[in-house]
Design a protein around this ligand. Structure first.
Ligand SMILES: NC(=O)c1ccc[n+]([C@@H]2O[C@H](COP(=O)([O-])OP(=O)(O)OC[C@H]3O[C@@H](n4cnc5c(N)ncnc54)[C@H](OP(=O)(O)O)[C@@H]3O)[C@@H](O)[C@H]2O)c1
Length: 333
């Protein structure tokens, strides 16, 4: 299935209106950044976003160059950023080099009339909780390497003097980043590790949460927000539901302990952490209603959007099913 995800951002128009005169700069117009940019543009903001590659401005979005990763980094022209009121940072830190955005653009950002800076981080900063729930007040215990670099980036942003809010994200899924293509092409693996769960979030709930928090008054914005759905659960459960939706058979079950040694270090580090990230602050205190409280609603929407993007006729998706997962203790329902 060829997937060219086109944002179905109309649905996000129902959220409260942000300052329509605002000028948003998305630093890192990747998967989440572009989806956010499209939604903000639809809501009347002037939106610019950055890429390492030259890109044609389209859909009312203006692309600017930004690449930190060379001896001669290139930066967006100062003039293009005049009047920017809101910034979202979606560029990961570089281990040993700190946060590239703060290092290269920090002084420039401080000259702008910024009202809000959203920094996209990861729930990886909590480290392994042995499957226990963790909220924003929980201790951070990142693994060395990427997660440690991320915690240092968070701290640097909070100390920057800019009006920063940190958003801690779990595994992101959405149209074009769903299990369906791998399942259909036989590349999925069904791995079982007893007691292991993962948290996840649909990309449109990241977008919705960012727009929601941007619209809050500054005193109502907590410095750190987990952006996760209600249902941390095993990956075998989510793959089972995806197979059910596709009416496709599952690959054979593999036991984690028999395949771990052959996995990449990145994959092993992913499986080494077991935690349930809580969204109580986002849902109960900040009043954000998740569009996709679990992978079940999220996967159905992904499949519909992927099929629409591939020009396939719309079908009625299977009703909710799949396994039951414990809901977040912070869940509103
Ligand atoms: N994916 C996940 O499951 C997940 C989970 C937790 C947290 N996060 C974090 O959440 C954020 C958004 O995730 P995502 O999956 O939407 O990210 P993504 O698609 O990988 O986008 C990352 C963006 O950062 C830009 N970028 C990367 N290195 C750069 C550099 N050296 N200089 C300038 N720009 C650079 C990329 O530029 P190009 O557009 O030119 O490639 C891209 O626009 C990221 O910080 C990610 O690390 C992701």
């Amino acid at each position: 299935m060829a997937i060219t995800a086109k944002a179905n951002t109309d649905v996000l128009m129902t959220a409260p209106l942000v300052n329509p005169a605002g000028r948003l700069l998305v630093i890192g117009g990747g998967y989440t950044g572009l989806r956010l940019a499209r939604a903000a543009r639809q809501r009347g903001m002037v939106v610019q976003l950055t890429s390492r590659e030259p890109r044609q401005s389209a859909e009312g979005l203006a692309w600017l160059p930004f690449n930190s990763a060379s001896e001669h980094p290139f930066l967006p022209p100062r003039q293009a950023l005049n009047g920017t009121t809101d910034v979202v940072v979606s560029v990961p830190p570089e281990a040993g080099l700190g946060d590239p955005v703060l290092r290269l653009l920090g002084p420039l950002l401080k000259e702008l009339p910024l009202q809000w800076v959203g920094y996209l981080s990861t729930t990886g900063v909590y480290g392994d909780t042995g499957g226990a729930w963790v909220d924003e007040s929980g201790a951070t215990a990142p693994r060395p390497g990427r997660s440690q670099a991320r915690l240092e980036a968070e701290q640097a942003w909070l100390a920057s003097g800019l009006p920063v809010q940190l958003f801690r994200l779990p595994a992101i899924y959405g149209p074009g980043r769903s299990p369906f293509e791998a399942l259909a092409s036989g590349r999925s693996r069904l791995i079982h590790k007893p007691g292991q769960v993962f948290s996840r979030v649909h990309v449109d709930d990241i977008v919705g949460c960012l727009l929601h928090c941007q619209a809050l008054s500054p005193e109502r914005r907590p410095p750190v927000v987990n952006v996760v759905d209600d249902c941390p659960c095993p990956s075998s459960e989510t793959l089972g539901y995806a197979a059910h939706l596709l009416d496709h058979k599952l690959p054979p079950m593999e036991r984690y302990d028999t395949i771990a040694a052959a996995m990449s270090p990145m994959a092993r580090s992913f499986w080494a952490e077991n935690r349930r990230a809580s969204n109580g602050l986002l849902r109960n205190t900040l009043g954000y209603a998740l569009r996709y409280p679990s992978y079940r609603e999220g996967y159905r929407a992904c499949l519909a959007e992927e099929r629409a993007a591939a020009g396939e006729p719309a079908r009625v998706e299977a009703p909710g099913g799949g396994g039951q997962s414990p809901r977040s203790p912070g869940s509103a329902t």
